[in-house]
Every structure is written in C-alpha cells, then in structure tokens.
Design a protein around this ligand. Structure first.
Ligand code: NAG
Length: 154
C-alpha cells in the first residue's frame, strides 16, 4: 500500500470512529442542510413520531440516495439493523406520506416491498433494514424500533 493510500485509510478509519462515538448517542449530526439523530431507545412508530417532536425535529424523511447512504452509514456504525423513518400510509392505505409533510420525491423500497396488501394490510409504517441493505420495508406500526429524526440545520 502506498503511503498516501495508507494515510487515506487511516483518516477514513478515524472519521468512522468519531462518527461511532458521536452519532450513536442520540446526538444531532449535520448532513447537508439537515441534521439527523438516531434514538438510543426503541419505540412504536407513533411514539417515535412524538419523541422526535420532543427532541426538536420530526421523524425523518429521506429525500435522496445521498441521505439514504449517510443514514445507512450511521446505522451500520451504530450496529442498528432496523430503524423507523417518517414514512407511513396509516392515514390513507397504500398512499405513503412523509410525517414531516415533505413531498415524496425519493422512494427506496426493497425488492417486493411495500408488501402492505392482502395479509399484510396493516403494515403501514416504514423502516430501513440491514437485510435489505438499508432499503425500506413496511412493518406493523406497533413494533418497537430505534428511529431516525430530522431537523433543518440552523
Ligand atoms: C431495542 O430492541 C432490540 C431488539 O429487540 C434489543 O436488542 C435492544 O436491547 C433494545 N434496546 C433498548 C435500548 O431497549
């Protein structure tokens, strides 16, 4: 390995270590014009919605592949395999909406998802899942998960 590559990999490792200590402890981490927070505890989707408000944000929308990649990295570093995001069709079945009222311009469901039809009609809330490479899955809203909040960076 060249000295330059070695230095680059050392810096990347250091950045990851810094991210792991900071982003896993319910701290707002800024990315672009927003900040994201990973909860330390588990909650149902509805309790997560309320908790994000209490923390000064909203249950997170994801508006681009870059944001999805960033959150994928955060969940990986923190060893979290499933996390609620702010997408639901609990209000009108099969019409997914962001809890923070952002327009739905980026969709990232995993293969075969959302499955919320037929036997799974009550899977109305959306999570990121490690086994889908942090693409999205619809899940029963009452299941308890860690969750991602979002706010604008002032
Ligand atoms: C959250 O739930 C997961 C999966 O059931 C569990 O392993 C973890 O210990 C829980 N975390 C907290 C903080 O309760």
């Amino acid at each position: 390995m060249s000295a330059l590559r070695w230095l680059a990999s050392l810096l990347a490792t250091a950045a990851l270590a810094a991210a792991s200590t900071e982003s896993c402890s319910e701290t707002w981490i800024s990315f672009g014009e927003s900040s994201f927070l990973l909860s330390s505890g588990n909650a149902s989707w509805f309790d997560a919605f309320t908790e994000c408000h209490r923390l000064g944000g909203k249950l997170a929308s994801i508006q681009s592949q870059r944001e999805n990649d960033f959150l994928h990295g955060m969940l990986t570093v923190c060893g979290v395999d499933k996390a609620w995001i702010g997408l639901t069709d609990a209000f009108i079945n099969t019409v997914f909406k962001w809890a923070d009222k952002e327009d739905l311009t980026f969709l990232n469901f995993g293969p075969g998802e959302p499955s919320g039809s037929g036997d799974h009609a009550s899977e109305d809330c959306v999570e990121m899942r490690q086994d889908l490479e942090y693409q999205w899955n619809d899940e029963y809203c009452m299941v308890k998960r860690r969750f991602l909040c979002r706010k604008s960076t002032e």
